[in-house]
Design a protein around this ligand. Structure first.
Ligand code: 2P0
Length: 326
């Protein structure tokens, strides 16, 4: 009744932005990501007969009621799937730089999905695990697999065709992803709220949907051909389009801060200087920069020079779920 699993975070190059079904976490569009070696969550789950509720410890401390309720809702889905009623002790450790704003529900829910199903003796394949992780957080769908991963949105109403697949293994193409830390304030608009508001109110959202499947196609082609510039261009453009939808929402919002724009400009300048580097930005102010490993030091040096940049973490494609000894 006990198991330990590890899952890594991922960075989307073609973004998941918007749900068509909020209860089942079904996305409006397919997305594509790289699982990152540097940031991960290790989670132990033990189901016990004597517990009257779930206990969730994160980094050695009990989480607040809201986080606990989310976890219990998720474990209810697992319990229902396995046909058991026991509550569980969940003990999670996030290996992300403290207070860096990189903490992710992706690695968190992927690790719980893996550890809890193993603890209950279910032997799930990646596809089933990916669909279960999706019910905890959309981006967790992709963190089941290592390397380059596509989450296919699926067509069915029950979500049975909405899961992730590996496109290319983590050892097969070694890009560098620099996670550029600008600041660590809490987000004003959560990504869950942000995507909902955008879907419901932004006139630009239809433009997003009209083009995102083509972006997926182009990114997959680039990955297949190991064409870094094609992948960088489509990733940067896709991130900009996602952020543009938010400016059209009511009320409008943005995750960008002045430092975000400064890093974006610096990357564009580096390209003019002949260095192939591209940026992407998630639902927060920090920027992730894609480059080839042999340009990493030059890009890092240029960015560290900027007053807006606090720190830079170098990441590479990392593995999918692994199980650890209890
Ligand atoms: C992504 N993001 O594809 C996109 C890009 C943020 C921007 O997935 O509501 O925490 O739990 O499904 O997965 C962040 O949203 O949202 C996210 P829920 P999630 O990585």
């Amino acid at each position: 009744m006990k198991a330990v699993a590890q899952a890594h975070t991922n960075i989307a190059l073609i973004k998941y932005w918007g749900k068509r079904d909020e209860a089942l976490f079904l996305p409006m569009n397919s997305s594509l990501s790289i699982t990152l070696d540097r940031f991960y969550t290790t989670t132990g789950v033990q189901f016990c007969k004597d517990l009257s509720k779930d206990i969730f410890m994160l980094n050695g401390e009990l989480v607040n009621e809201q986080e606990l309720a989310k976890m219990t809702r998720f474990l209810d889905i697992i319990r229902n799937y396995a046909g058991v009623q026991e509550h569980a002790i969940i003990n999670s450790t996030n290996k992300v730089p403290t207070a860096a704003g990189f903490a992710s529900s992706a690695s968190g829910y992927a690790a719980v999905a893996a550890a809890s199903t193993k603890a209950l003796g279910l032997e799930l394949g990646g596809k089933e695990l990916s669909m279960l992780a999706r019910r905890g957080s959309g981006s967790a769908t992709r963190s089941i697999f290592g390397g380059y991963v596509e989450w296919q949105k699926g067509e069915r109403e029950d979500g049975s065709d909405s899961y992730a697949k590996q496109i290319l293994g983590e050892k097969e193409w070694g890009l560098t992803i620099l996670s550029v830390l600008l600041e660590s304030k809490c987000k004003k608009v959560s990504s869950r709220e942000g995507m909902k508001r955008t879907v419901e109110t932004s006139p630009f959202y239809s433009g997003w949907l009209d083009t995102v499947e083509h972006d997926i196609y182009s990114a997959k082609e680039a990955i297949r051909n190991h064409d870094f510039d094609q992948l960088g261009k489509v990733s940067e453009a896709n991130a900009l389009k996602m952020h543009a939808t938010m400016l059209g929402a009511t009320p409008p919002f943005t995750y960008w801060q002045s430092g975000t724009l400064a890093v974006m400009e610096r990357i564009q300048e580096l390209r003019e200087e002949g260095i192939s580097a591209y940026f992407t930005i998630d639902a927060g102010p920090n920027v992730k920069v894609l480059c080839m490993p042999n340009d990493e030091e030059r890009v890092r040096a240029a960015l560290l020079h900027m007053s807006e940049v606090e720190d830079i973490y170098s990441c590479h494609p990392g593995p999918g779920i692994t199980y650890l000894p209890e």
